[in-house]
Design a protein around this ligand. Structure first.
Ligand code: MGD
Ligand code: MGD
Ligand code: SF4
Length: 759
């Protein structure tokens, strides 16, 4: 690193100040530093789903600094994590050669050659498939993989090995958003884009701590508010986060009561005739589930359903003042344009899909959709959960481009494109994430290939699943870049991947924008791109070479691009050459001269809507070509507080750490900002329990207990405690609940019941 220590100190002081204001720190590399750079390589930040464009400064074959790409959507801005990515590449604990564990699970990892390691992996996978069938192996991937890596792993397992046990951490993250979009619009992914943030006059932010988790987008929202005084921000979050601090209205609802709040707002909209009758009668259908089946309903049925959600009743359920619920609904409807934004506060819930659909409902009944600034926009967590996993269908029930395993036509289409015999793809969906680890714990799943994720720290109710990984008959392969990842404790084989800008490939962020991560530097030691590792794995497994005819990720991209043609995900026009030249393109983008699409489903904007379509909007994703307004009743969390466990524990993130901190924990400026985990609790609760700031507090759930230092303040509402999950010394997931959403199978990380006392 050629960055001077003084630069870093200045950087870190400024960053701390900005973080306290809830504003991202926009860093410019110092002019002297920039002069040393021999070449700048265009890429994308490898952290959050904002997907900021970066330029990596390279000198003497080393990445020495990172600055924002002025031509990408972030217009040169980065938060501190992105700005400090270069030193992570050179962390001393990079995995640079294959390793094999000797002497069983309690033994040590020892260096091995690629041949030794791959031969062992393949012999174990082959043996398991021969003895127990393809269902006995699985792939567990990540929304941080390149698109090419996810697409390829999906193809190798589903078509090459006839195994649908293909899932990944987006199941812990975005699955409920996928369920929401596909349930309400027929197809996944938001219809709007970041540019809606520049036009919205009302932001409804629910269950998203945007300021810490999507800092550069938060900056865009905050700037919009600064520039235009009529802009209003509503934040619904049980904590007074930095995001809530800029809100005109904060709704500190009881955790897990969003379904009531959202139905309550819809109740007010109809009661006060703030709905847009012309819009919903033309573009929406009303639906409910009866006896496990979707049935058609009328607008009147919907009105009757909402009678149960008067502001007074919703006030009792949510703990909010009924006046606030009325006022929030009015702001939402009366604002010229309204953009909803949400993230894990809605998704990581037992009723996460319902919550997503109830947000869509508000837009559909008010017609606040498909116009600049009016859209329901789910913020994606990881840099490539959308492009890499959702779009390529790298989940156990999906196939590429929104197709379903369970649909025979979809399987046939994919088999034809991949050139495999009809009937190759197993008609039964594989294990979703929690089920996959459960199956390993039961000895049914014998071999797991883990790529770019750290489940030993990130799974809910983690002890149960680390016990599965620790079984002597569980063969665990990790393709992992850093030596301190908790999951390596359970790995039988570790393979060294090229990290971030050490290989080339595509990331697709929250707004359907595909951007290229350019290769800036060589990987260290024996590390190699995961695409090459996967091709090697498939070849040694005896998969038909015609299935994996790739020399590099560009070949994989080209195949996937061609496969998307003619589907609702059509990005056939996003060639590698275009990606090299341009700083990101939004799909649909069917031809090479198409500029990309900012507003889906809108005539004149979305190339998939016929130019002569009689209506301005066309929801082509559903069989009836209309969007669905779902009647979803309020339901409690899977584990509500009670006399024994009277507090709610919620878990999440802090601005300066990325998930399990294997990367951000290596950067002193980030680590020093948040060295250790803590428990945040309300000052009134602390007073009652005799707890002062800094005291050690014991948290106990039905699954485990843990001691943490107290951070007493006004952030949590009474009855709620919050713990971040970055600290591997304090594995808070030993306490969290692994109950999953009925539809999306996403776990309820956000709510479990705990006891709290001074230790
Ligand atoms: P979280 O901290 O998980 O972050 O981004 P966010 O979802 O914004 O939780 C969001 C908020 O949900 C919290 O403020 C919490 O108080 C609130 N919440 C809890 N329960 C409820 C509830 O019942 N109702 C409502 N309305 N709100 C509730 C997550 C996103 O961040 C993701 S998914 C990923 S993968 C990325 N990870 C990440 C990171 O690790 N670090 C940083 N700094 N940024 C990140 N960006 C991405
Ligand atoms: P990461 O730290 O992102 O967390 O959980 P994980 O995916 O498990 O793990 C990425 C791993 O990949 C790290 O070990 C890192 O060192 C490694 N790595 C980094 N770059 C590369 C690379 O280029 N190649 C390879 N092969 N490896 C690399 C995230 C998950 O956590 C998510 S997405 C969500 S939304 C959940 N959120 C959540 C929560 O809100 N609360 C609690 N309590 N738990 C949660 N768990 C989930
Ligand atoms: Fe990276 Fe997200 Fe920060 Fe942008 S906002 S620099 S994508 S971590």
């Amino acid at each position: 690193m050629n960055q001077s220590r003084r630069d870093f100190l200045k950087l870190s002081a400024a960053a701390t100040a900005f973080a306290a204001l809830g504003t991202p720190f926009a860093w410019s590399a110092s002019p002297q530093g920039q002069q040393q750079v021999e070449k700048w390589v265009k890429g994308v930040c490898r952290y959050c789903g904002t997907g900021c464009g970066v330029l990596v400064g390279v000198t003497g074959g080393k990445a020495i600094m990172v600055k924002g790409d002025p031509n990408n959507h972030n217009e040169g801005l980065l938060c501190l994590k992105g700005a400090l990515l270069a030193p992570v590449i050179y962390a001393p604990d990079r995995v640079t050669q294959p390793m094999i564990r000797k002497g069983g699970k309690k033994g040590q990892l020892a260096p091995a050659s690629w041949d030794e390691a791959m031969n062992l992996v393949v012999s174990k996978f082959k043996e398991s498939i021969a003895k127990n069938g393809p269902e006995s192996v699985g792939y567990y991937g990540s929304g941080q993989n390149l698109t090419e890596e996810s697409y390829l792993a999906n193809k190798i397992f589903k078509a090459g090995l006839k195994c649908n046990n293909v899932d990944g951490n987006p199941r812990l993250c975005m699955a409920s958003a996928v369920g929401g979009y596909t349930g309400s619009f027929g197809k996944d992914e938001p219809m709007g884009s970041y540019s809606d943030m520049d036009a919205a006059t009302c932001f409804f932010i629910v269950g998203s701590n945007t300021s810490e988790c999507h800092p550069v987008l938060f900056k865009r929202i905050a700037s919009r508010k600064q520039k235009d005084k009529q802009v209003k921000i509503i934040v619904a979050d049980p904590r007074v986060t930095n995001t809530a601090r800029i809100a005109d209205m904060h709704l500190p609802l009881k955790p897990g009561t969003d379904l009531a709040l959202l139905n309550g707002m819809a109740h007010v909209l109809l009661k006060e005739e703030l709905d847009d009758n012309r819009f919903h009668s033309r573009y929406a259908l009303f639906k409910a589930m009866e006896d496990g089946k979707p049935v058609d309903k009328s607008f009147e049925d919907y009105r009757k359903f909402l009678e149960d959600y008067s502001p007074e009743k919703v006030g009792q359920i949510t703990g909010l003042d009924p006046k606030q619920i009325i006022e929030a609904a009015r702001l939402f409807a009366n604002s010229p344009s309204t953009m909803s934004l949400w993230c894990m506060g809605l998704n990581q819930r037992k009723w996460g899909v319902f919550a997503n659909q109830l947000v869509h409902n508000l837009h559909l009944i008010t017609g606040k959709i498909g116009k600049p600034g009016s859209t329901s926009f789910s913020l994606t967590g990881q840099p490539n959960a959308c492009g890499g996993v959702r779009d390529t269908g790298t989940l156990s029930h999906l196939l590429p481009a929104g197709r379903l395993i369970a649909n025979p036509e979809h399987r046939a289409q994919v088999e034809k494109f991949w050139g495999v015999p009809e009937g190759t793809i197993n008609p039964n969906p594989g294990y979703h994430t929690v089920a996959m680890f459960e199956a390993m714990g039961q000895g049914k799943l014998k071999c797991m290939l883990i790529l770019c994720t750290n489940p030993a720290q990130s799974m809910p109710n983690a002890k149960k699943y680390t016990a599965a990984l620790a079984r002597e008959d569980a063969f665990v392969v990790c393709i992992e870049a850093f030596g301190d990842a908790e999951t390596l404790r359970y790995a039988d084989v570790v393979l060294p991947p090229a990290f971030w800008c050490e290989r080339e490939g595509v990331y697709g962020c929250s707004e359907r924008r595909y951007s290229l991560v350019g290769k800036a530097v060589d990987p260290p030691g024996q590390a190699k791109p995961s695409v090459n590792i996967l091709v090697d794995f498939a070849t040694r497994m005896g998969v038909d070479p015609k299935l994996v005819p790739y020399k590099d990720s560009a070949d994989v991209w080209d195949e996937w691009r061609r496969m998307s043609a003619g589907t609702p995900y059509n990005f056939a026009g996003i060639t590698r050459e275009r990606l090299r030249k341009e700083s990101g393109i939004l799909w649909p983008c069917p031809t090479e001269d198409h500029p990309g699409t900012k507003m889906r489903y809108v005539r004149g904007e979305d190339p998939l809507v016929p130019a002569d379509h009689p209506d301005r909007m066309f929801f082509y994703g559903t069989p009836e070509k209309k969007a669905y307004v779902w009647m979803r009743p309020h339901r409690p969390a899977a584990e509500e507080p009670d006399a024994d466990f009277p507090f709610v524990l919620t878990t999440g993130r802090v601005i300066d750490h990325w998930h399990t901190a294997t990367m951000t924990g290596k950067v002193p400026e980030l680590r020093n900002a948040f060295p250790d985990a803590y428990v945040e609790l309300n000052e009134a609760d602390a007073k009652k329990l005799g707890i002062a700031n800094g005291d050690t507090v014991r948290l106990e759930s039905r699954r485990g207990s843990m001691d943490l230092p107290a951070k007493v303040g006004e952030v949590c509402r009474p009855g709620l405690v919050f713990v971040p999950f970055f600290d591997k010394k304090k594995l808070i997931n030993d306490l969290t609940n692994d109950a999953v959403d009925d539809i999306s199978k996403e776990p309820e990380f956000k709510i479990c019941a705990v006891k709290v006392r001074k230790a």
